[in-house]
Design a protein around this ligand. Structure first.
Ligand code: BGP
Length: 486
């Protein structure tokens, strides 16, 4: 029916906040029984402008496991949230956060991934973190798997390449849903599930030495296992806690044609399909037809168990979350590269500025994506990552004047408001890295996103002191005015 009561701004219960991941903030990599994860055997990227990381191989893992320090592996130290969580959550509360998105480290709960019993000390850490959130009236939004697989599962069965990892995951999720029933309402199964394109980060499988065709086969099979695991986790969560809401999570890449040439427009449409395919499966409950053609042309042959299709149909998500940092310009090369070698930045868009890391800044693209995804899925949307990675300078007065970050965020929030006026149902907005943390792609500390500065350099030197940046006070009044004062 035609509606006249179009919302003009953010809903009253809008979830304003910030988002982090265990392996980028916690540190304490070997404390209280925690096992190693795939994130903690990755060295710093050699090329800082590149998404690509130093490849993980059987040899590099053996060297990393033997190394008991955190010098070469920054995700082992994070920003020591493990010991600073009270102070950090208090700072989030001071900004007025309604929500804090964080992830649980599977290897804190099951150190090898599939141990006989969960590790009580690991659970106690998250008990304390959630209690702290609740004390401040902050809603936790929890990612179950954010770019880290227990290394035990990688060594034993090559992570998600093995179907057996589904069962290990469901034992882990059962522990979480039971323990945090009534405490955590919003869950995300896999962070940026399309990161399987990047290999080990997404799949927990070592595949760097495989020929391209075999890599594609392994990654899509691993992805299929994640789809099944995610769908079963949705059902499991609902059975254990009917109030729980479970979402999927995609790295959204809004893609534009290079020109109005229909071939370019088709290239952009195809790039968009390759990006949205993951959400098609998780929100609609089946593989879209266009992927059949893609799979057959790329000689990918998925192995499905008899019940898999039914499981996907039954386990569709309650809401859709995604990260949004930039947009892309399509080129046939981009589609190929993304599927063979992981994320690539693609062609330069002459209308857009870019960050120091080459990410093209495009607030209007967020409005376009929100509209497109709302039209396509008709499920509530949640922007769970957005932000500007930049090198900040502490001035002599001890301040950080990050007006560039404020400009970036202001632009994107304004476009979210437009999308809401377009009729899009948007649940919330958690900016990436509200406190500076270790970069996912480069493992650098100096690529900062925070409202809160952390005194630590790329080599781990620093006092770890937390300082409020100018953007801290700005975001505080954005939340206070429910998005009216930008
Ligand atoms: C997303 C990840 C995050 C994150 C962010 C920024 O891909 O979900 O974990 O870090 O991007 O990326 P980066 O740290 O590489 O700048």
């Amino acid at each position: 029916m035609y509606k006249t009561d179009i919302p003009t701004t953010f809903p009253k219960d809008f979830l304003w906040g910030g988002a982090t991941a265990a392996n980028q903030v916690e540190g304490g990599w070997n404390l209280d029984g925690k096992g190693l994860t795939t994130a903690e055997v990755v060295q710093k990227a050699t090329d800082r402008l590149h998404f690509r990381r130093t490849p993980v191989t059987a040899d590099s893992i053996a060297v990393a496991v033997a190394d008991k320090t955190d010098t070469l592996y920054p995700k082992r130290r994070g920003i020591d949230f493990y010991h600073h969580y009270q102070e950090d959550i208090a700072l989030f509360a001071e900004m007025g956060f309604k929500a804090f998105r964080l992830s649980i480290s599977w290897a804190r709960i099951f150190p090898k991934g599939d141990d006989a019993e969960p590790n009580e000390a690991g659970l106690r850490f998250y008990d304390a973190v959630f209690a702290e959130c609740r004390r401040h009236g902050i809603e936790p939004v929890v990612t179950i798997s954010h770019f880290e697989t227990p290394l035990g599962l990688t060594l034993k069965q090559n992570g998600w390449a093995s179907r057996a990892t589904i069962e290990a995951f469901l034992r882990y999720t059962a522990v979480l849903f039971n323990r945090y029933k009534g405490i955590v309402k919003y869950w995300l199964t896999f962070n940026e599930i399309n990161a399987i394109q990047n290999g080990t980060t997404g799949t927990g499988a070592v595949d760097a030495d495989l020929p391209l065709a075999e890599k594609a086969q392994l990654r899509f099979q691993a992805l299929h296992h994640q789809f099944v695991a995610s769908a079963r986790a949705v059902q499991q969560a609902h059975a254990i806690d009917p109030a729980a809401k479970v979402g999927c999570m995609l790295a959204r890449m809004q893609t534009y044609p290079k020109t109005a040439d229909p071939e370019d427009v088709r290239a952009a449409q195809f790039a968009d399909q390759l990006n949205l395919f993951y959400t098609d499966v998780q929100a609609r409950g089946e593989y879209p037809e266009y992927m059949n053609r893609f799979f057959s042309e790329n000689r990918v042959q998925l192995v499905l168990a008899p019940d898999d299709e039914e499981i996907l149909r039954q386990g569709t998500v309650d809401f859709i979350s995604f990260s949004y940092y930039m947009s892309m310009v399509a080129s046939p090369a981009l589609n190929v590269t993304q599927f063979q070698e992981g994320f690539a930045l693609g062609e330069k868009n002459p209308y857009l500025p870019a960050s120091a890391w080459g990410w093209q800044i495009d607030p209007v693209g967020l409005r376009i994506s929100l509209n497109e995804m709302w039209d396509r899925y008709r499920l509530p949307l949640f922007v769970v990552e957005n932000g500007l990675g930049a090198e900040d300078e502490v001035t002599t007065d001890g301040k950080i004047h990050d007006d560039y970050r404020i400009d970036y965020l202001r632009g994107h929030i304004a476009q979210m408001k437009e999308a809401i006026r377009d009729g899009v149902q948007l649940m919330g907005y958690t900016t990436w890295g509200p406190i500076d943390l270790i970069s996912a792609s480069t493992s650098e500390m100096s690529k900062r996103y925070g409202f809160i500065y952390v005194d630590q350099d790329d080599d781990g030197n620093g006092t770890l002191a937390r300082l409020r940046k100018d953007s801290f006070y700005w975001y505080q009044q954005v939340i206070q005015s429910n998005g009216e004062n930008l």
